[in-house]
Structure formats: C-alpha cells, structure tokens
Design a protein around this ligand. Structure first.
Ligand code: GBH
Length: 452
C-alpha cells in the first residue's frame, strides 16, 4: 500500500481529485502531420548542443497515433482527472486561422476521456510556441500576449461540449518559459539575458490575464487558473546574509510569478537581484494580470538551500548526503508543507491550490518478469501525499494532486534518459508497461472508490 495518503488524511475525501499529467511536445510526436507548424522546441532541438544526445520530440511517445491505447491506460489507472496541454502550432495556421485537423485531435481526446468518466485539466501553453511568433520576438513582443488570447478564445469555443473539462490552465510554469527560455537559455528559444527574462515574464503574465474573460465566457462551468513551479528556499546558516540569500531565492523563484498574479505588483527585491532589469509595464497591465483566478496550480519537485555570495548574490548549496533523483534533485517532501504554509501566510487572497505536478525521475527498466520495480517513486509519492496532508491539516486548501507524469516522455533538454512516468515507455517499440507505482496508485484509487 505504498502509493496512498495516510489513514484519516483529508486527501481521502471523495471530492479530492487524483490525476496524472503530460504535455503536448513531450508525448505527442507527429510533429509534421495534419498541418502542425514548427514550434520553438522543434527549432531548439535541431540546434546542436542544446538537447542531450541531440534528441527531439518528433516521435516522442507517438501519442498522437496511439490516443485510444493511452486513454485505456488512463482508465486502467482509475484516475479522476487527466492533465494535458494543447500544442498551439497544431491548432492554428500562421495567419491565426483554425486548423480543423489539429483541433479534431483534442476533441477526440476530450470525448475519449468523457466516455471513460475522466475529467480534464487542459493547459493552453506548456512551452511549445509557434516558431513564426518567435520570429517576431516571441514573448519579448507584446503582440504575442494578444495572439495567445486569440488562441485561448478559439480553443475554449471549439472544445466546448467535448468531454468534461474541470479546469483550464493558461500557462504551465511561466518561470520556466521566461527564465529558462529567455534568461539562461537552457530551454527554447535559448536566449540568455535577465532583462529579457523579465520582459518575457511580463508578457506571459499579461497573456494569462488577457485570456481570462474569453475563457470564462466560453467555459463558464470550468475553473480558470495558472500553474507555477515553486520551491522553498532554506538558508544554509542562520546568519542574516544567508537568510537574505534564501529570501532572494524565493523572490526570484516564487514571488516573481505569484506577486503580480495575487498582489498586482512585482516584488521590489527582485530588482536588487537583477539590477536594472525592470520590464516595460504599460498603464493598466497589472490590473489585467491580477484578475481573479479560481485556483492556483503548483508544481513541486524539490527545495533549494542557499548561502550568500556577497551582497544581493546567492549561491546554491549542494548537500552531499541526501537522497536524490536521476535529475540530481533532492528528495525533500517537507518542503511542500513549508511552501504551502508560507503561501497561506503571505497571500490573504490565496485561491484553492492543486498540486499540478509532483514526481521523480529514475532509471527504470522492465525486468525479466515484465515488471518495473520503481520502489523509490512509490516512496516519493507516498511521502509527498503525507506532506500535502499535513499542510491540509494546517488549514491549507488543497483540492487535487497530479503525478508527473502519466508516462515516460521527452524530458526537454535531458531527452529520453530521464524517466518520470507511472507508465514505462520503450521508445524503440512504443510498448507501454505499468510500473509498480502505477499499479499501487490504481489499487489505492480502486479502494477509495469502493469505500463507503
Ligand atoms: C516541470 O518543470 C515541467 O512542467 C515538465 O514539463 C517537466 O517534464 C517536469 O517538470 C520534470 O522536469 O535543481 O533541485 O534546484 C519543472 C521545473 C525547474 C523544477 C528547475 C526543478 C530545479 C530543481 N523545474 N528546478 S533543483
């Protein structure tokens, strides 16, 4: 019974949503079919030296062609909800007109979920910007925010009446899009300047706010919100300098995104860390960005430990003797509780939370008996269930938990080597094998469904 919340946990309430997630570029493949345009990730992967072993998402899990099989896997798991993203380059042509073939894929996906009684959490942007928009400046260009609102309007109209969409998400992890994409260049489009990261963030958040009226009008029954990747920062020592380093880390990692959304302002400390990098903000922008949201999705993986490296400069500390994943991220469940309790203290208007991603990568292999013994993942999930339960006991309003990921997939700059799935994928044969963690999760969900 490894993958289950503790007895008596508030997570065992029947209305708590359990799910798993994926994203379009990481699983779909079919990168050149049915009128799909080039995305910034196709271009980035084709640039030598950007992705481990030069891998790309051209085939990935071939999910585009294996939709029904993957829907049946979701059904076998017994999930309440499935979180996926729409590939913007699949559903609109370069003139902004709808591409019916691409849109049809998502209609079939939602219909298939609906037939199986699985609710949908639909993300509009999980990093695959159409390349033609990047050619005009991408998220550095304010126009992209307006094009994003057009795209959101189109998709929420087109998909109305298909399946049961519980929630729309504007952006997955704007921090990653802005910082990894435009600030340090580890992700597409591979640009590296903190001033650009700050401007890209502003336009990403503006795009988020601009979409909300259309989403609400076209999908009045669904919840509307955004997903942020957050991590708590701990000072390496109790000195004021190290405590300030931890504070600056949380400003750059969490408050850079959450303060504009929930307080309508960028945290002033951020410009202590990135001197002179303030974005251009037009009158009225912050009111658009702070439009009320129904929920906040948090992707939680690990913590950071920080020390001061001089005034307004921080240094990441790597503790040698702690458990790590194959991403080299520390396993630190307590951080989830600490983070959520801090949010509750810091934001008077904190909306209900969903853990929209949590999980780990490991070197999983199918053994001679045809099974995948991912014991470390089962323990990881169980420990994070317990941390989430403790936060709920302290009054934090958490409504759902999604494991990242449904299946092994294209792990961005790390290619196919890092495996986050509940389901193992053999990338030669496209064979899916439920790992032990998936079987244990399914057992828990079946028991819960049977309980009075
Ligand atoms: C998510 O991003 C993505 O949404 C998803 O597509 C991706 O597959 C998944 O996570 C796994 O990577 O070095 O310990 O300080 C996660 C964003 C940003 C979280 C970097 C971890 C560094 C952790 N990540 N962060 S650590």
């Amino acid at each position: 019974d490894l993958v289950a919340p503790p007895a008596g946990s508030a997570m065992r309430r029947r209305d708590f949503i359990f799910g798993a997630g994926t994203s379009s570029y990481q699983i779909e493949g079919a990168a050149h079919e049915d009128g799909r345009l080039e995305s910034i990730w196709d271009r980035f992967c084709a640039t030598p030296g950007k992705v481990l072993r030069g891998e790309n998402g051209a085939v990935a899990c071939d999910h585009y062609h294996r939709l029904n099989q993957d829907l049946d896997v979701l059904k076998r798991l017994g999930l309440d909800a499935y979180r996926f993203s729409i590939a913007w380059p699949r559903v609109m042509d370069a003139a902004g007109r709808p591409n019916p073939k691409g849109i049809d894929f998502y209609k079939r996906l939602l219909d298939g979920l609906g037939q199986r009684g699985i609710r949908a959490f639909v993300t509009l942007y999980h990093w695959d910007l159409p390349q033609h928009l990047e050619d005009k400046g991408g998220w550095l260009n304010r126009e992209t925010a307006y094009r994003f609102a057009d795209y959101a309007d189109l998709m929420s109209r087109e998909l109305a009446g298909h399946g049961d969409v519980a929630a729309w998400t504007t952006h997955n992890e704007p921090w990653c899009s802005a910082y990894l994409g435009y600030g340090d260049g580890h992700h597409a489009p591979g640009l590296a300047n903190p001033r650009w990261a700050a401007q890209a963030m502003h336009h990403l958040l503006l795009g988020h706010g601009l979409t909300l009226p259309a989403l609400r009008a076209n999908a009045p029954q669904a919840l509307h919100g955004i997903v942020a990747n957050c991590a708590p920062g701990y000072a390496d020592s109790d000195t004021p300098a190290d405590r300030d380093a931890a504070h600056l880390f949380e400003t750059y990692q969490n408050r850079w995104v959450l303060d504009p959304l929930l307080k309508g302002e960028y945290p002033a400390d951020l410009w202590r860390y990135w001197k002179g990098c303030e974005p251009l903000v037009l009158a009225g922008d912050m009111d658009i960005i702070r439009r009320p949201i129904d929920y906040l999705g948090i992707n939680y993986y690990s913590r950071a430990v920080l020390r001061s490296k001089g005034p307004d400069t921080i240094d990441w500390v790597r503790h040698p003797d702690v458990e790590r994943t194959t991403m080299d991220w520390e396993v630190y469940p307590q951080g989830l509780q600490d983070l959520f309790e801090a949010f509750k203290r810091d934001y008077a208007n904190l909306p209900p939370l969903y853990i929209t991603e949590n999980g780990m990568s490991s070197h999983d292999k199918v053994n001679g008996a045809g099974a995948v013994d991912d014991l470390q993942r089962q323990a990881y999930i169980k420990a994070h269930f317990a941390a989430c339960s403790r936060a709920m006991d302290k009054g934090v309003d958490v409504r759902g938990y999604f494991i990242w990921s449904l299946m092994d997939n294209f792990e961005w700059a790390f290619g196919y080597e890092r495996r986050f799935g509940l389901v193992h994928v053999d990338f030669e044969t496209q064979q899916r094998t439920l790992k032990r963690s998936a079987l244990a999760y399914a057992d828990f969900l079946r028991e819960r469904a049977a309980a009075p």
